[in-house]
Design a binder for this molecule. Sequence first.
Ligand SMILES: Nc1ncnc2c1ncn2[C@@H]1O[C@H](COP(=O)(O)OP(=O)(O)OP(=O)(O)O)[C@@H](O)[C@H]1O
Length: 321
Amino acid sequence: MNVVFEIDHVSKVYKKGKVKANRDIHFDVLKGEVLGLLGPNGAGKSTLIQQMVAHLAPSEGEIRYEGVNVLKQPKRVAQNVAYYAQEPHTLTSLKVWEALCFTGMLRGIEKKEALRQADELLERFEMTDLRTKQLKHISGGQKRMVGIGTALIGRAPVLIFDEPTNELDPKKRRLVWDLIQERNQEGATVILVTHNVLEAEQVVDRVAVINHGRLFAIDHVSKLKQKVDQRLKFELVSEMGKSDELEHKLATWGEFVKTGENRLRLLIEKQEASRLLDFIVGNPQLPIEEYAVVPPSLEDVYFYIEKEKEHEHVGAASARG
Ligand SMILES: Nc1ncnc2c1ncn2[C@@H]1O[C@H](COP(=O)(O)OP(=O)(O)OP(=O)(O)O)[C@@H](O)[C@H]1O
């Protein structure tokens, strides 16, 4: 079977109808893919994931794992779908090796093999010296690595990570992405919830964009990029403290997004790009320190889809009068 999860018109309402966290979400997760779930805070990503692992029941619709409703097989789902939550540890008096080893055993592997895999992971994480420390006595980032380890131990066929690289230093982040890619190459299906679109871009095959509880788009990264391909990205660095002035002077070229203290970004049609370059070169008094034209990234796609959907929403609302 090529489909691992079927998310079948799922809606979730919290607080007696006050919060609609998911609204009629419908898509499949394919065997062997890395699927990214992207969306801003509060979009409904974690809610969806919790329903996939049978921690929450949908208000409407159902989720099937290998053809069977997850709520009818929570134990099988727990053994086959390793889930790394944003707050992964509640049992903080466990020692590091215990947390890893016990999770492996719950996932169905023998103690000896669980110990071997735990030691292998700790070595990979460069955390062997923390093996016998209690979770409450290690740092936040180290706890998160143990959490990543509990998702990886036992080699579950499906891995779900909710913001796996939060709070990790760059070296550990790289390691986590490498491990995720390795497991995927060995055949695991990976679902990845992240805000870090730029890092995720290196890893994901398809992306589902979720906002306001709805699925806005789902497609291959390259296909989604084609949506904004006709536009180029201008990255501009203004002279110190002059970004507002620069934005004002270039306002007619399009809508700028402030991306940092002195940084502005503009998405521009290809045919306009050379005119803008000529304009910048011909106006040396503009308070520009640096500028560059770069092709669109997944992050741009993400913002583009959000904007497009907002316009649709506003359009539909005004059509309704
Ligand atoms: N247990 C709960 N009770 C009531 N409302 C909740 C509960 N959990 C989440 N919500 C609400 O549901 C909506 C979706 O939240 P969810 O955590 O699924 O979003 P998210 O996309 O994972 O956000 P983040 O990126 O911030 O983790 C939000 O409005 C949130 O406030």
